[in-house]
Design a protein around this ligand. Structure first.
Ligand SMILES: Cc1cc2nc3c(=O)[nH]c(=O)nc-3n(C[C@H](O)[C@H](O)[C@H](O)COP(=O)(O)OP(=O)(O)OC[C@H]3O[C@@H](n4cnc5c(N)ncnc54)[C@H](O)[C@@H]3O)c2cc1C
Length: 464
């Protein structure tokens, strides 16, 4: 049987999955062009699922949600065995393709909650900050080498429209008592080397990392009761049922895993598992990274050797200047129902990246990109994520609305605490949150998303 249309009951549980077998046709399919992953040393050979194995808990998906959930289950239940199963190499997934900002505010600074609902904005910031603290704790405790820095993010504008948006953002920050520093053209030139930006807001609490190094490090420092499997795509699942009691049974190309308890942290691939196919919006966003700058090019550029720029406009360009003397550009969102980011689209978006790069760094016009890539992220129409029970001994965490480093980490951690019946204020708040709302029926949903992306790009202008 493939892709059953199962009904979602009140609270997000899917009735009808128990005992069913689903062939998972929607599978990850990544290329080898993710710069963050490619510049790391070759990983050790993958530990693949083989034979028939049984664990107390299985977590599928080694992005931020799955990594944090597996770790926390292991910490709270040290006598239990836990498997973390990943389709590809950890670091080549969306988690390792991101721009590496762990941010406390919404990515889109015009997000409704920010301007109109300060209470929700404060709660969202508290959750994200708990995610940042958790990431920082684990990185420090385990000595993970991923260039983690808590130096903040700068929202920067290069047009009047961008400046207007920054002013609106500053008003929202004032309304909720958040600290920030306004930066003028001179400050920005001194930091960035380029004269491209006129106006900026420095928010001091965010973290930047090398994201592929971070997730690889998170996986290799798991507590000893976690077994990490890579290059082991789950191709078919038979969900557990209670009467007569059976376990979940997951088939991979070279082996089978059974467990009474299953956590899904599979990002926009959830639809393939029979979950949330009508609720999540599967988008791709795209990054490009230059080759290493030479000493002469570094001198031509000037500015600091490390910074992160978040665009003032929601369809603008994210930039990272890396201490390894590379520059990263990220922009554009495209709809992809199969979550793939491959040619010929990659060549088209890389051309736009080139223009965005040369506008910002005309002094580096002859520095080529060494890597260009895309990666999936899932959103929902109402901005809410998946968290909690979705079936019998079946839990899920996903749809982090573009802030997966912070939100994915805290959601995964809290999900483990929920499963093991812990209690805390944050967990209570997480349990009380809304779940993703249903999309408009297709083709209206796809038309709407594409029209929205097109209109945003048009209004972004030079901010792209
Ligand atoms: C270019 C780009 C830039 C971004 N920049 C940022 C940023 O700066 N900050 C930020 O917070 N967020 C950013 N994001 C978003 C962020 O990457 C995602 O929100 C985050 O990775 C989602 O985490 P996740 O755990 O849900 O998903 P993923 O990282 O996608 O992890 C889910 C995992 O499930 C695995 N999986 C799926 N199906 C199966 C299967 N059948 N069997 C086994 N495994 C399976 C996948 O291979 C994948 O590894 C960016 C995304 C992209 C693409």
């Amino acid at each position: 049987m493939s892709m059953p249309e199962v009904a979602m009951a009140q609270g997000g549980s899917f009735s009808g999955l128990a005992g069913r077998t689903v062939d998972i046709k929607l599978q990850p399919n990544y290329d080898n062009r993710n710069g963050w992953h490619e510049i790391l040393p070759e990983p050790v050979p993958a530990n693949m699922v083989s034979g028939t194995l049984t664990f107390d808990y299985v977590v599928v998906g080694a992005g931020y949600g799955g990594l944090a959930c597996a770790r926390r289950l292991a910490e709270l239940a040290p006598e239990s065995s836990i498997a973390l199963i990943e389709a590809d190499r950890i670091g080549n997934n969306a988690a390792g393709r991101s721009s590496g900002f762990a941010i406390d505010h919404a990515h889109n600074l015009r997000a409704k909650s920010f301007a109109e609902d300060p209470t929700s904005a404060k709660k969202a910031i508290a959750l994200n900050r708990a995610g940042l603290d958790e990431l920082e704790r684990v990185v420090k405790d385990n000595g993970i080498d991923c260039d983690l820095r808590r130096e903040g993010k700068i929202h920067a504008a290069c047009t009047d429209k961008g400046t207007q948006m920054l002013s609106g953002f500053a008003e929202s920050l004032d309304a909720i008592g958040e600290d920030y520093t306004r930066l003028d053209a001179g400050d920005l030139k001194e930091r960035f080397g380029t004269e491209f930006y006129h106006d900026g807001i420095l928010c001091p609490h965010s973290i930047t990392v090398q994201p592929a190094a971070l997730v690889r490090g998170l996986a290799t420092t798991m507590p000893s009761n976690v077994t990490v499997f890579e290059s082991s795509p789950v191709r078919s699942i038979t969900y557990a049922r209670s009467r007569p009691a059976t376990s979940h049974r997951l088939e991979t190309p070279a082996g089978t895993v059974t467990s009474p308890n299953l956590v899904l942290a599979v990002n926009g691939f959830a639809a393939g598992w029979g979950l949330y196919s009508k609720h999540l919006i599967p988008l791709i966003t795209w990054g490009s990274m230059t080759r290493e700058l030479t000493e002469r090019e570094v001198a031509r550029l000037g500015g600091l050797d490390n910074y992160g720029i978040i665009p003032a406009h929601p369809a603008g360009t994210t930039v990272r200047r890396l201490p390894t003397n590379r520059i990263l550009i990220r922009n554009q969102y495209t709809l992809s129902k199969d979550n793939t980011a491959l040619e010929p689209q990659l060549t088209r978006v890389a051309k736009v990246h080139r223009q965005s790069f040369e506008r910002r760094y005309p002094m580096l016009f002859d520095v080529p990109f060494e890597y260009s890539w895309g990666g999936p992220l899932s959103l929902s129409r109402n901005g809410e994520g998946v968290f909690g029970d979705v079936g019998e001994r079946l839990w899920a965490t996903m749809a982090y609305q573009g802030v997966g480093l912070a939100r994915g980490t805290i959601s995964g951690k809290l999900l483990a605490e929920h499963i093991l019946e812990e209690d805390s204020l944050l967990l209570t708040e997480m349990r009380a949150k809304d779940r993703p709302s249903r999309n408009f029926p297709d083709p209206f949903n796809s038309w709407g998303i594409r029209a929205n992306a097109w209109a945003r790009r048009r209004t972004a202008g030079l901010e792209e």
